[in-house]
Design a protein around this ligand. Structure first.
Ligand code: GLN
Length: 491
């Protein structure tokens, strides 16, 4: 059998379905790969060897019994440590949840199991999904398989690194401001943020509830679409879940793979047409725009004048919601408790716990958010940011009257060296300059590899109207059919 770790999820599922490989063999091959390379990549915070092999055995038994298996049965998947997994440690990259084993599965994980996928373990991330490099993980950064002295993006850098290092063919991320798409871009992999509410937040440790969106990560667009279809759809346990079926993203990816985009109108956002991006990123993006034209797409320039206020609005809204969401980590209900010597007051124990348990970036966000929400400042900051959010939504709505989807570089720069942006938070925040607008609007976005700059991957982002996730898959698959996939040098 050829090396299954080099295969796509689609190929692996095919092997398992025909019996050419057992799910146990496939799983063991990935566990071996993790054992061989993860010391250098640090993509995983926890590898669930026993759980993975048990799930694989179950798939093999079901196949032997003649049961109908789904399109991803027997395929290994790595799950960002932001999603609860029953009995399996869930840290959110934070010391405050070290050792916590949730008593329940998140909906996403429940659906992954129902689809017959095999969860390999939990991936590294910036603490509470705040960051763009995984350097804010309390458990050390993940490294980019393209160059292990560089960042794999964040916050879901572990998931993206696991894909690029061939430790897993599929992974789950969560995207609040770009945490699926930006890691995808800098690791040469595919990352999709579904329409907000299109994937369930039940069991997703909350950062910014009006923005948080779990979604698929993969090495090909079709694999991402298959994963999206498996995890998406209405969930009554999430009050903002959309009671509508998942758009047919798999059919759209297959249609796109034919390489024909005739009749598709794509808008290049004037404000993001490479402006503010590194020259190498702009060059790769412009070349991809030419490719899309050759595939038949009509390219239109579209101005979205309020997109330039997206980053500042996000850094009021997201911290505000986080300051409220993270109040629950009080040393009483979950994980860490510090200073409870029997003599201290509850307030003192809470304060000592939060002091010891949260890292500096999380504390910065809580303070920013508390300030933005405080009486006397609420209207000037939080209220103002919400108005900007509305204006950004109107920019999108107006744009989608003229084009089917918008395109931009995913992120302004390629993977930067570890440590290059940790001393200046603003430089770190800029990684999400192009991805944040669709979070504020709620529409879907995907990052697909479009080329290299100095040997490092560059991603192209496709943004679609809410509930038109299929459109972005079609465009992304078409681009992929023309430019191919990108493989890092051997680790
Ligand atoms: N990098 C952004 C932040 O730090 C977005 C993170 C995310 O999408 N979870 O908030």
């Amino acid at each position: 059998m050829t090396d299954v770790t080099a295969m796509t999820a689609t190929q692996i599922a095919g092997l398992v379905a025909t019996g050419a490989a057992s799910a146990v063999e496939v799983t063991q091959a990935h566990l071996d790969r993790i054992a061989a390379v993860d010391g250098r990549v640090n993509a995983f915070l926890h590898v669930d060897t026993e759980g993975a092999l048990a799930a694989a055995r179950d798939v093999d038994a079901r196949r032997a019994a003649g049961e109908e298996l789904g399109p991803l049965a027997g395929v290994p998947v790595a799950v960002k440590d932001v999603l609860t997994t029953k009995g399996v440690p869930t840290t959110v990259g934070s010391k405050i949840l070290e050792g916590w084993r949730p008593p329940y599965d998140s909906t996403i994980v429940e659906r992954l199991r129902a689809a017959g996928t095999v969860m390999l373990g939990k991936t590294n991330m910036d603490e509470f999904a705040m960051g763009s490099s995984t350097e804010y993980s309390a458990y050390g950064p993940s490294r980019n398989p393209w160059d292990t002295d560089r960042i794999p993006g964040g916050s879901g850098g572990g998931s993206a690194a696991a894909l690029a290092a061939y430790e897993a063919p599929l992974a789950i991320g969560s995207d609040t401001g770009g945490s699926i798409r930006q890691p995808g871009a800098v690791t040469g992999t595919v990352g999709a943020k579904p329409t907000y509410g299109g994937t369930s937040r039940y069991g997703l440790v909350a950062f910014s509830s009006s923005l948080d969106t779990p979604g698929p990560c993969a090495r090909t667009v079709l694999d991402a679409a298959l994963l999206h279809a498996a995890i998406g759809g209405h969930d009554p346990r999430d009050s903002t879940s959309i009671p509508a079926p998942v758009p047919d993203v798999v059919a759209a990816a297959k249609l796109g793979a034919t390489g024909d985009l005739s009749g598709v109108r794509l808008g290049v956002v004037t404000e993001f047409g490479g402006e503010g991006a590194e020259p190498g990123v702009t060059a790769a993006f412009n070349e991809a725009v030419d490719t899309l034209t050759k595939l038949g797409a009509e390219i239109v320039e579209i101005s979205c004048p309020h997109f330039r206020y997206a980053l500042p609005a996000y850094y009021l809204i997201a911290p505000s919601e986080c300051s409220s969401n993270l109040a629950r980590f009080d040393g009483v209900r979950f994980g860490l408790r510090t200073g409870d010597d029997g003599n201290r007051s509850l307030e003192e124990v809470m304060s000592l716990t939060r002091e010891a348990g949260f890292g500096p970036e999380v504390k910065r966000r809580i303070m920013l958010g508390t300030y933005a929400l405080s009486s006397g400042y609420y209207d000037a900051y939080y209220g103002q940011a919400q108005k900007v959010r509305t204006l950004i939504t109107r920019d999108f709505t107006a744009a989608f009257e003229r084009v089917d989807a918008l395109i931009s570089p995913t992120t302004p720069f390629v993977a930067f060296p570890l440590g290059a942006r940790t001393s200046d938070p603003y430089q770190m925040y800029l990684a999400d300059l192009f991805t944040i607008p669709s979070n504020l609007y709620g529409g879907p976005g995907i990052s697909v590899p479009c080329g290299l700059s100095d040997g490092l991957p560059v991603g192209l982002q496709v943004m679609a109207p809410t509930l038109a996730d299929d459109r972005m898959y079609r465009v992304a698959a078409a681009l992929e059919s023309a430019v191919g996939t990108f493989t890092p040098p051997a680790l």
